[in-house]
Design a protein. Structure first.
Lengths: 163, 391
């Protein structure tokens, strides 16, 4: 990978709002070069999406999250992809992953209440033909999300002057 | 009634002769000020990577709190030997050619004390880290200053070095990548210096603590030059590359005769480097490369940002290729380095170190560490822009 591209991706992975001007200053490029590079990264699907990590609790929106493990049976001519597609179309489903080990698929689901989530799983997921069984784990607290720690760590004091 | 005592008379002449550090005053000026942005630090703003800290914690839980070999943990010396073979093809025997020290600071001190006879001249290339001249003086040597220049992007050339060499010259202290200028050497420059070193039968004490922070090209250890291994004491440490400043861990690599004499001093003054830090250093060498490279890429971005920023606000700044310092020229404002930094601190609350602290050759320049958060760097440039605009 080109070093400049690596820099651009690392900057954007850390701060999706970094402007072409800001990125240009960090990479010794012009803003136009940066914009062109980003446009190409978007076109080719390297950059999938720009998103924001929000602590909804702080505005009183107490979403309930759950991790749901599914064991599934594959039908003839159907891979995991087909099941995954059925599941990820529900807006309640935040992520879908195929796993190795005891379970096949892991979902994270967001709802307004535990009841909400439980009913969603019972009605929409458990009832799918391919789903053998489910295990629902409610999230009690999120400490780190997508590489971002969700509480302010204590600042480390450094000497203001040292040689 | 016994007579009163003036304790100052007990202070040795050699210590009284150590020139005062221009930096102490700055500590006092900064203390008590609010909302200060500091580009004045000589250490990473990163915390030691967690896997290294975790390994230190684990070792403490296991009770690894004893002395180590005077030379340092054998596993650490083995790993250092392998690392430098892998990186540069350098072949240092872990049993006799490597000494683990309490930071590079100790290594500088004992390297000089191990090789300097009273009255020997030791060439110090300035602008330079402030410890070299006092360390030479304390070792009983005579510091001879050689200056590098902006026009050479602060590289040492044979041309400026040669006239400083006399029959009394014992050693040269080199520090590339350089604190405070961020300069690195080219192979041609180094080969020319090596020629002089061989011709005049000198020793080079090469402080390469910023080795891993080389952004353009590849670092060239002085000892890797043809015929220079026996003539080089290579000093390095973990502070800058792995953000481990407070752990105090460095090392020296040199010929067995020199390492043995350094160890003689080390064993009676320090005994051994702290074991916890040594364990952390071993983990850093074994598994720290990804985190180190991530930090280096981050510094590299800030480097571009700050250099462009200085040039934009009218402070001429060459692009440093190593370390984490930018060294803009502020002389065009009509202010001296220390006037500039003192007023900048008082009027705009930005700390940057006046270049003359690092030797006369640094007059007119300002050392600005970009090992600070992007937010702070942005604010610092904005404030300096206002400051320069208001002059």
């Amino acid at each position: 990978m080109d070093e400049k591209i690596r820099h651009i991706l690392e900057i954007l992975e850390n701060d999706a709002r970094a402007s072409p001007d800001e990125i240009a200053a960090l990479t010794d490029m012009t803003a136009q070069e940066v914009s062109q590079a980003i446009a190409k990264l978007e076109e080719t699907g390297v950059i999938r999406h720009y998103k924001t990590i929000i602590d909804w609790d702080l505005v009183g929106e107490n979403y309930v999250y759950a991790v749901i493990e599914l064991k599934v049976t594959l039908e003839r001519n159907q891979g995991y992809q087909v099941i995954a597609e059925r599941i990820y179309k529900f807006p309640e489903v935040r992520s879908v992953r195929l796993l190795s080990g005891d379970y096949d698929i892991s979902l994270t689901v967001r709802g307004k209440s535990m009841k909400d989530v439980a009913f969603f799983v019972a009605e929409k997921i458990a009832t799918l033909d391919q789903v053998q069984n489910t295990a629902t784990h409610f999230v009690l607290k999120t400490y780190k999300e997508d590489g971002v720690i969700l509480h302010e760590p204590e600042a480390i004091k450094r000497l203001p002057v040292s040689l | 009634m016994r007579p009163p005592c003036d304790p100052s008379k007990f202070v040795a002449e050699i210590v009284k002769n150590v020139p005062p550090s221009g930096i102490r005053r700055f500590f006092d000026l900064v203390s008590g000020l609010e909302d200060v942005i500091s580009l004045g630090v000589g250490e990473p703003d990163f915390i030691t990577p967690w896997h290294i800290r975790e390994m230190c914690i684990h070792s403490l839980e296991k009770g690894q709190t004893s002395y180590t070999s005077n030379y340092g943990l054998p596993e650490l010396r083995d790993e250092l030997s392998r690392t430098y073979y892998r990186r540069y093809g350098l072949d240092y025997d872990p049993a006799s050619e490597i000494l683990v020290t309490t930071g590079v600071s100790e290594a500088i001190d004992i390297a000089l004390r191990a090789v300097v006879n009273p009255g020997d001249e030791v060439i110090v290339v300035q602008p330079a880290y402030v410890a070299y001249v006092p360390a030479v003086v304390l070792a009983g040597g005579k510091p001879v200053i050689v200056s590098t220049h902006r026009d050479d992007e602060f590289r040492l050339t044979a041309e400026v070095l040669k006239p400083a060499i006399t029959s009394k010259t014992r050693a040269i202290v080199l520090n590339f990548p350089n604190n405070p200028t961020g300069a690195i050497m080219t192979r041609e420059d180094l080969e020319d210096i090596a020629d002089l070193v061989a011709e005049h039968d000198l020793l080079v004490i090469s402080d390469e603590v910023y080795e891993c922070l080389t952004y353009e090209g590849k670092h060239i250890p002085f000892s890797s030059l043809e015929g220079m291994k026996e003539r080089t004491v290579m000093l390095n440490g973990f502070s800058k590359a792995y953000a481990m400043t407070g752990m105090r861990l460095g090392f020296a690599m040199a010929a067995p005769e020199i390492i043995r004499s350094m160890m003689m001093i080390h064993q009676y003054s320090m005994l051994c480097a702290p074991i916890t830090a040594q364990i952390g250093a071993l983990e850093a060498l074994r598994n720290g490369n990804d985190e180190m490279e991530r930090m280096v890429r981050e510094y590299d971005r800030r480097r571009h940002f700050i250099v462009r920023g200085f040039n934009r606000i009218g402070l001429d700044c060459f692009t440093p290729k190593g370390a984490f310092y930018a060294f803009p020229y502020v002389g065009a404002t009509g202010l001296s380095s220390s006037e500039f930094s003192e007023r900048l601190l008082n009027e705009k609350r930005v700390v940057a170190i006046p270049g003359d602290v690092f030797g006369e050759a640094g007059e007119g320049f300002l050392r600005c560490a970009y090992a600070a958060s992007m937010d702070d760097l942005k604010k610092a440039i904005d404030r300096m822009d206002e400051f320069v605009g208001g002059l």
